[in-house]
Design a protein around this ligand. Structure first.
Ligand code: HEM
Length: 494
């Protein structure tokens, strides 16, 4: 048996050069718990693709009416849009359909949540610094693509809620001066809701965006493998399998071997992610299409709100004062509040996100993560941004805030607008002053030391005996000796 396996291995090895590939299996992977957030995002994407394929077998992207014949009594015998009927069927007739639909839904939420937290960890630890700016920009593009993927998914059931949310997107697209009309025709297939919208959104949701996201993730990972991970600052010199590594030498990366150690950790993270999603899908219902009912152009549901990750854009729409709209003098180009809040403001937010590594620029390469407490202005900017998005999201729920406070939305909105302008600046200023004072008071504060451990008090090597730890020479270091020495990853499997 072993001989046969060996022959199969040799057959592939002679064609694919597996020996070279196996060098990658020994690559050093820094043991940091927060580095696993990116992996959670990756696994959620996998679950999204698999559950999406299942849903795709039964979903019908058509608005033509068909007679409903299923187990929801209130629609029995009614003529309903085929898309709506197919989602009812997935939910109530198809075996495991309700569970897999919920799994798809919760995976989408966890996907966006984990990628957002992953982005914040990269931001606050300065892991976007030279040479990782390209991966930051690709990550930002992933964030935008993921939001569009979620948005187009919501339109598909063609229920009352979905069509209202899609309608808001349609009027934002239309509001873009000059190109808005044609762009909304192309994407939405004409005046919304039209029978052409659904097939287009279906194509964008199940093919275009998943392919874009998968491609971007592949490039994201390829860059990561090429540049290698950042690493927490070391507390002491490290003895690796082949050579001692100075604690300050960032040309060499220290960590667990990718295989089997890191692979085992990743497998655990995968099953925990799948387990958590299964529990959510088993116990928490999602978007109840039977409750909302099929799309009815004549009515609007009482409470319309997008998902939490699009709530900040909705907040801009709610708060933008109407007097800010204007017509460009001498033309018929109208700049509407919808355009300002739905396109310009989110554009500025993402523009700043993309520009950030070039604002906080580093001429020399950084391979150690940075301590957020030792970076007052960068951390203050991060806190300002987070508070801004949080207040904008609260503004998106202004009707709920009005209900809770007993005030009208007319009274609440100016207060929320004031909070949106002042709140983030105050939070940023407090952060900055506290960190500068913290630095001045105790420059050698031991509180920063945990940055050099994996967060559980284990040493930064993840508890591996020093001699077992692999060390990779970074391919991008400026040191000619190291570069001309062992091949990349060559030290790792010693
Ligand atoms: C689909 C979404 C994403 C997936 C699946 C993903 C996946 C990953 C994984 C698995 C890693 C290595 C482990 C870790 O550092 O967590 C990583 C690293 C990185 N990601 Fe992402 N990521 C995504 C989105 C983003 C976003 C939105 C940004 C920032 C805008 C970003 C920026 C980076 C950077 C700069 C690194 C290198 C960090 C380092 O070496 O410490 N990623 N990503």
């Amino acid at each position: 048996m072993a001989g046969r396996l060996r022959r199969v291995y040799d057959w592939f090895d002679s064609r694919l050069d597996l020996v070279t590939e196996s060098e990658y299996l020994g690559k050093a992977f820094p043991a940091e718990d927060s580095f696993l957030l990116g992996e959670v995002a990756l696994f959620c994407f996998l679950v999204l693709v698999l559950t999406g394929m299942f849903l795709g077998f039964f979903f019908e992207p058509s608005t033509s009416d068909v007679e409903y014949d299923g187990s929801v009594d209130r629609y029995q015998g009614e003529q309903l849009p085929e898309a709506f009927v197919s989602v009812l069927n997935i939910t109530y007739e198809v075996p495991y359909g309700m569970f897999l639909r919920r799994l798809h839904h919760w995976a989408a939420h966890l996907f966006v949540a984990s990628l957002s937290l992953h982005m914040l960890r990269v931001f606050f630890q300065g892991a976007y610094a030279n040479p990782r700016e390209p991966n930051w920009v690709i990550g930002g593009t992933l964030a935008i693509s993921s939001m569009f993927a979620a948005y187009t998914g919501y339109a598909l059931p063609y229920d009352e809620f979905a069509s209202t949310a899609t309608g808001i997107g349609y009027s934002i697209a239309q509001s873009v001066p000059v190109v808005g009309e044609i762009a909304s025709q192309v994407v939405f297939g004409g005046e919304y809701p039209s029978s052409a919208t659904l097939p287009r959104f279906y194509f964008i949701h199940v093919f275009l965006l998943p392919v874009v996201i998968a491609g971007l993730i592949a490039v994201h990972m390829a860059i990561l493998v090429r540049q290698k991970h950042t690493e927490a600052p070391r507390e002491a010199d490290v003895t690796t399998g082949r050579k001692p590594v100075d604690r300050t030498d960032d040309r060499v990366v220290i960590g667990l071997p990718a295989f089997p150690n890191q692979a085992a950790i990743s497998a655990i993270v995968f099953f925990i992610t799948l387990g958590a999603l299964s529990l959510l899908a088993g116990f928490l219902p999602v978007h109840n299409v039977a409750e909302y009912g099929p799309n009815d152009p004549a009515s609007t549901p009482a409470l319309i709100m997008p998902d939490w990750f699009l709530m900040w854009v909705f907040g801009f729409l709610k708060l933008m004062p109407s007097w800010l709209s204007f017509t460009v003098p001498g033309t018929d180009i109208h700049v509407s509040t919808e355009f300002l809040s739905g396109v310009v403001l989110p554009g500025i937010v993402f523009g700043l996100l993309f520009a950030w590594p070039f604002i906080d620029r580093y001429d020399d390469q950084r391979h150690f993560t940075m301590d957020p407490l030792a970076r007052p202005w960068q951390t203050a900017v991060g806190v300002t941004g987070v508070v801004f998005i949080m207040i904008a999201s609260i503004a998106g729920m202004n009707t709920i805030v009005a209900d809770i406070t007993g005030l009208s939305t007319g009274t609440i909105n100016p207060i929320l607008l004031g909070a949106l302008i002042v709140g983030p600046l105050v939070a940023g200023a407090i952060t900055y002053v506290s960190l500068v004072r913290y630095d001045a008071e105790d420059p050698t504060d031991e509180g920063r030391k945990p940055m050099a451990t994996d967060g559980d008090g284990r040493p930064a090597d993840g508890g591996q005996p020093g001699g077992d730890r692999p060390a990779d020479d970074r391919p991008l270091d400026g040191d000619a000796d190291d570069r001309s020495g062992a091949p990349p990853g060559g030290d790792a499997d010693e």
